[in-house]
Ligand binder design. Sequence first.
Ligand code: ACO
Length: 427
Amino acid sequence: MSDKATLEFEGKKYEFPVIKGTEDELAIDIKALRGTSGIVTIDPGYKNTGSCESAITFLDGEKGILRYRGYSIEELAEKADFLEVAYLLIFGELPNKEQLAAFHMDIKNESHVDEEMKKILDGFPKSAHPMGVLSSLTSALVAFNPRSVDVSSDEAMYHSIVRILAKFPVLVAWAMRKKMGLPLDYGDDSLGYVENIHKMMFKKPNQEYKRNKIIIDALDKLLILHADHEQNCSTSTVRIVGSSHAGLFASLSAGISALWGPLHGGANQAVLEMLEAIEADGGDTKKYMAKAKDKEDPFRLMGFGHRVYKNFDPRARIIKTAADEVLNDLGISDPILEIAKGLEKEALEDDYFVKRKLYPNVDFYSGIIYRALGIPTDMFTVMFALGRLPGWIAQWREMRLRKEPIGRPRQIYVGANLRPFVEVDKR
Ligand code: ACO
């Protein structure tokens, strides 16, 4: 393999190094392109652009492979718990028992949120989307933890990380409890990380919290499956905001906003709303398949297609099985699951979807489990954010430790040329 690529432009040749990743991925390193030739590349949506070198997550969209730090997602979903996976993603290795216990203890020690934060939450109408609330509260946390912005020492960086891992679940629970009219409680440090999250979300003021292993295990698995996905829209947002040294919490707040969109994390809510609409409309999946294929119709089959996966999203496979198990274990029969399976079957056999390599993505089945666990539909994307938190932190940390430069793309200007200003009464 050649380790150089040549670009020929207007009779001149420019050579660029080719770099190879540990899984043999190739990239032309064009760092010197503009300096030597005066030209830039253009790639809207960054379909062909690597923004960084990263040692966190490997995915092969053609083969349907996803690994965190070299471990397969299938094995992690089966054998690890979410806190172990968070540690793995952020620090690079699976923790031993002592490291995991110390990490958890450090998180517990930071699990309070300033009472004043409740006043900010109070200012939102009950109808506010919890993703907007979560993004605002995460940003507001900076004001109560101003030292979290300075991460110049390893210790300071570690503290910012454990602080947000501790406080973020409280914000998630509060965002949901406010909507449900429940008091804003704190967690219970005697519980595991995920169980505590569940309790914070669902504990009723006048009832004892009952532990349900099926629910906790399902939640754990869902959070692991969402924990990282290399340079997607929200993660790239976190890295680019973080590259200005804006601080971890502000970077995460921006990532939450990016995740909110229906083409990204918001798809899990959109999938369930779509399945409910199909059910309410008589369950005619063929009608909706036809709408999805009609170029005049803006309708898309939500939960289908992926920028990177041109094969089955491995997370979707795991979630589909988990959805079956959870519904079975909880004794729930959900007609929505049947509609989802019907749509999947039809799409996998349909020429339009086959040709475009449109397969179910992680969001296609996750909403069905969230619904079975009693999580309100507009909290689905919040659950995604909760799962993605360690991935965002890991990517932000990597970017800071590698001392990456501020993210600042170029453009090709296609607007008006210089023209004289015209006074308002002459326009
Ligand atoms: N339903 C119908 N047609 C689709 C769908 C879909 N869900 N997804 C893509 N297509 C079609 C497009 O119309 C296009 O057709 P064309 O070539 O005839 O013009 C072709 O497939 C390629 O689609 P693009 O939008 O160019 O693909 P891109 O990689 O830019 O987008 C995306 C990927 C945004 C995920 C897209 O597939 C989509 O909108 N899916 C539905 C939303 C969704 O589920 N998002 C969650 C993604 S996973 C995540 O963020 C966790």
